[in-house]
Design a protein around this ligand. Structure first.
Ligand code: GLU
Length: 434
């Protein structure tokens, strides 16, 4: 594993592009990984190790419906790499969850934690279900049963979940409780993104959106574009999109469009984000919001704007629509919103993409702060959390931009290179237990 081979034979690259299934997130992740590994002349042994998830768990999750019937859902937990520390990554509840998606997301968590240089590996979990069709009591039973099914991997030193798509603080509380009941004592650091009352961190809820705002501001500065009046379009109005939009507005940017599953609302003069958030709290969806023009999600992505923030799901920007994107900057609030096929087109068109593993790393960074606070039993005020987050995001942006500049590549490959280099360095130091 430690033999160094010349760059030309360093990587056995799979046939790319022709075979790349654009919508498969694991392949999308791998094609960027391969390219970055090649640029780094990563030795073949390490290349093989870093391409392989450490552990993949598939579980059945039987639970009782409110009607008294038994149903069985499928759950996954993938630990991609734990060389730098305990595995870290969210759990999502969604009908489209697949093992390949969870593998990609776990790999992204590995690279993300390395990009911001926090001492974690990467993992991800998911349960295939439609949370909107489940009662609160059913969600609780599923969450607890899933937790007990994967309990061997969980623990503050081994694998620490957090919220992701369709999961929230309340569910993290159930995970913490279930784990603690099994251990016979309270273990707050087993999960992050918990309610503040039970060991959660101040600022965690806003952290991903705040991180997006910070890196967008840094990108504007780098491109010598003014912050004031910058026109922003945000796709997805959940935790990341809504808070990101609000914080960008507070910086003086003009958020001209936002969207959710029901469609997009657009006002070229700028929306009033607080009002939009209030509307969604009351009516759930944006579709009935009166103070703006209504568009489809697809139309919204190609609006004339300065910054586009895809903050919903994977595969939103593909080779089919990338050519029509007018934004100068894309800030990837979601994980994997841009396919590898789209990267090329965006590059050709000079779009400055702040990649997911950097752009949305604010969430896991404050998860790290939460874990540190839980373990130390000493809690920080919100200003301290925000200042430390700011410092890490700005420094990581600089490091990634520096790597990209030195190698004449885009920020995405720069971020992968930064991450792979850090993970590989630990593997080399630890050596191989054979
Ligand atoms: N689910 C979030 C992400 O994709 C947060 C993960 C965490 O805090 O562990 O980054």
């Amino acid at each position: 594993m430690t033999t160094v081979t010349p760059p030309s034979q360093a990587i056995i690259r799979p046939e790319k592009d022709t075979f790349l299934e654009e919508e498969n997130p694991f392949e999308s992740m791998m094609s960027r990984f391969d390219y970055a590994a090649q640029r780094l002349s990563l030795d073949p042994g390490l290349y093989k190790v870093l391409r392989s998830p450490e552990k993949q768990i598939i579980v059945s999750v039987p639970f009782l419906r409110d009607s008294g019937e038994v149903d069985v859902y499928t759950g996954y937990r993938v630990l991609y790499n734990t060389s730098r520390g305990p595995a870290k990554g969210g759990i999502r509840f969604d009908l489209n969850v697949t093992l390949d998606e969870v593998k990609a997301l776990a790999a992204w968590m590995t690279w993300k934690c390395a990009v911001v240089n926090i001492p974690f590996g990467g993992s991800k979990g998911g349960v295939v279900c439609d949370p909107a069709s489940l009662s609160n009591a059913e969600l609780e039973r599923i969450t607890r049963r899933y937790t007990s099914a994967i309990i061997e991997t969980l623990g503050p030193d081994s694998d620490v979940p957090a919220p992701d798509v369709n999961t929230n603080e309340r569910m993290m509380a159930w995970i913490m409780d279930t784990y603690s009941m099994h251990k016979r004592h309270t273990v707050t650091a087993v999960v992050t993104g918990k309610p503040v009352e039970m060991g959660g961190s101040l600022g965690r809820r806003e952290a991903t959106g705040r991180g997006c705002m910070i890196v967008t501001r840094e990108a504007l500065r780098r491109l010598r574009m003014p912050v004031e009046g910058t026109r922003v379009v945000v796709q997805g109005f959940g935790n990341v999109g809504s808070i990101g939009a609000q914080l960008m507005e507070e910086q003086g940017m003009s958020v001209v469009a936002v969207s959710d599953k029901s469609g997009a609302v657009y006002n070229p003069k700028g929306l009033r984000i607080r009002e939009v958030i209030q509307h969604v709290r009351q009516h759930r969806f944006l579709s009935e919001y009166k103070e703006a023009e209504h568009l489809t999600n697809e139309q919204m992505l190609t609006l004339d704007c300065d910054v586009l923030v895809p903050a919903a799901m994977e595969n939103v920007i593909t080779s089919h629509n990338a050519g029509q994107i007018k934004a100068r900057i894309i800030c990837e609030g979601a994980n994997g919103p841009t396919t590898a096929g789209a990267d090329k087109i965006l590059d050709q068109n000079g779009v400055f993409v702040i990649p997911d593993i950097l752009a949305n790393a604010g969430g896991v960074t404050v998860s790290y702060f939460e874990w540190v606070q839980d373990r130390g039993g000493y809690f920080w005020d919100e200003d301290t959390v925000n200042q430390r987050l700011e410092r890490i995001m700005v420094q990581s942006f600089e490091e990634v931009a520096g790597m990209a500049g030195r190698h004449g590549i885009n920020l995405r490959i720069g971020a992968y290179m930064q991450a792979i280099e850090r993970v590989a360095a630990v593997h080399r130091l630890r050596g191989m237990y054979a």
